[in-house]
Design a protein around this ligand. Structure first.
Ligand code: EPZ
Length: 455
């Protein structure tokens, strides 16, 4: 038993997450490892689909209703950004609904301030829709990120291709265009939000846009489905070549966001690592193709039925090499979680990160727990099986924090994970979902006064 009931309840009350505008909450997770996961977890909507879909609402003066919105912090940040611009945004999270209604009917202030963009890079997704709809946009450059430089130079170049005149000063991108025009874009490298942003901008441009070497991620296809319901004319989304015939105006729409394949993948790996019998429901197994194939290679028994994936087993795992690639290859957003699994597999797994240049921060924290991992540039050699022991570790980004939760679930004793605010950005109530299938995990909070109050 982790702690006594009254203390537990008080800590839970303390730890309740609040809007980032209020007190800064340095939550931690305390996890006692060793429990096989048994039961069913339900997957929420995809963060990386909901964010561009919310930005797409800027393209019309009619209401856009998005169903199956995940209850995660990045959605709150996008809501604040849209409200700052003058949009009316309703967010409903209750038993029946997880939806948002966004109405950009009044005058739009086409500016995305640094304060918000620095907390969520995806805020730059508003650049294309703003210049397409209002003829002007002023968006803060996102700056560096824990996992890599992540510039948006290709987004800017592509928008210039559609006729936007773009300047950069004081850390902001300023884009202007009477009306964007169609064009032929060949992406230098595959970019997910780049493809999404230009698809939105081209939807209101004059004439036809053809984009080649596009991202094929399911979230791109989901955004195209929403835009098509809004009256856009798009062909080829989900393939490497997308054709967009611009229209003068877009309408409102109602759209159901696809399930979160990375959240689903994270729970599937949790089931594989801890043994037991876990069903991951309300997901789309097709979107998990590369991961499920890799898990089968690692000796994991996986059964797919409809919108569920069932993982059974005793946690015995075999080493398997992984190369992260663009979709439909093995997703970089599952690399950290798979590394946690590889620490428990017999043999050496070589994990190569091809998308981001600095995405092994979690490895050093796992080594603190007893893992045997050697980093050589973009390659990590993971030797297993090594017993992990509970320790105090620190999350550095969203997926790294998820991998530390997985490592803690199989570690001996208690692990304390600091800075779990990273995980709240993209996982909906992960500790409650894990507890519901037998994990011993608790969130504890440390209340800190607002920075302003300290000044
Ligand atoms: C999206 O980021 C996802 N975010 C990321 O998920 C995901 O890791 C990534 O795609 C790759 O799958 C959202 O959808 C909100 P990219 P994005 O542009 O679009 C380089 C998570 O954990 N590049 O496809 O920003 C870039 O630096 C997050 O949920 C340029 O050089 O990624 C990277 O090395 C993390 N110039 C590569 O391309 C550009 O202008 C691919 O990045 C754009 C990208």
């Amino acid at each position: 038993m982790l702690t006594s009931r009254p203390i537990l309840d008080r800590m839970r009350r303390l730890a309740t997450w609040r809007d980032p505008g209020e007190a800064l909450i340095m939550d931690k997770f305390v996890i006692r490892g060793g429990n096989p996961l048994v039961g069913t977890v339900r997957i929420s909507g995809a963060k990386n689909s909901a964010l561009p879909a919310m930005a797409a609402a800027l393209l019309t003066d009619e209401p856009v209703v998005l169903e199956n919105i995940p209850e995660v912090r990045d959605i709150q940040t996008m809501r604040r950004l849209l409200v700052e611009m003058g949009a009316e945004v309703e967010l409903e999270y209750d038993r029946a609904h997880k939806r948002t209604t966004i109405h950009c009917c009044g005058p739009i202030r086409p500016e995305a301030p640094y304060e918000l963009v620095k907390t969520m890079r995806a805020s730059t997704l508003v650049l294309g829709p703003l210049v397409a709809r209002t003829g002007r946009a002023r968006v803060s450059l996102p700056g560096g990120c824990a996992i890599g430089a992540r510039p948006i130079d290709l987004h800017i170049k592509a928008l210039e291709h559609l006729g936007a005149s773009i300047t950069q000063d004081h850390g902001y991108v300023e884009a202007r265009a009477e009306r964007l025009h169609g064009g032929h874009i060949v992406w230098d490298r595959i970019t997910v939000t780049g493809t999404e942003e230009l698809m939105m901008a081209a939807a209101l441009a004059e004439g036809e846009t053809v984009m080649e070497n596009c991202a094929r991620e399911p979230e791109v296809g989901d955004l195209a489905a929403l835009l098509t319901t809004m009256g856009a004319r798009i062909e080829g989304a989900g393939t490497a070549t997308i054709r967009i015939h611009g229209v003068p105006r877009l309408t409102g729409a109602r759209h159901h966001i696809i399930p979160d394949r990375i959240s689903a993948g994270t729970f599937v790996v949790a089931g594989a690592m801890t043994g037991g019998d876990l069903t991951v429901a309300h997901c789309d197994p097709v979107h998990l193709g590369a991961l499920l194939q890799k898990l089968a290679e690692a000796g994991v028994v996986v059964q797919v039925a409809g919108d569920s994936v069932r993982v059974t087993g005793d946690g015995h795992l075999l080493a398997a090499d992984v190369n992260t690639e663009e979709y439909p290859g093995f997703p970089t957003d599952m690399q950290a979680q798979f590394m946690a699994l590889a620490t428990q597999a017999d043999g050496s797994s070589v994990i190569t990160e091809n998308i981001f240049e600095n995405r092994f921060m979690h490895a050093l924290e796992m080594v603190r727990m007893g893992a045997n991992i050697k980093i050589e540039g973009r390659r990590a050699v993971v030797r297993g099986k090594t017993p992990l022991s509970g320790a105090a570790v620190q999350a550095s980004d969203l997926r790294a924090s998820a991998s530390l939760v997985l490592a803690a679930l199989v570690a001996d004793g208690e692990t304390i994970i600091d800075r779990v605010y990273h995980i709240d950005r993209g996982y909906e109530h992960i500790e409650e979902k894990l507890r519901s299938v037998g994990a011993q995990v608790m969130r504890i909070g440390e209340m800190l006064p607002r920075r302003a109050a300290l000044a």
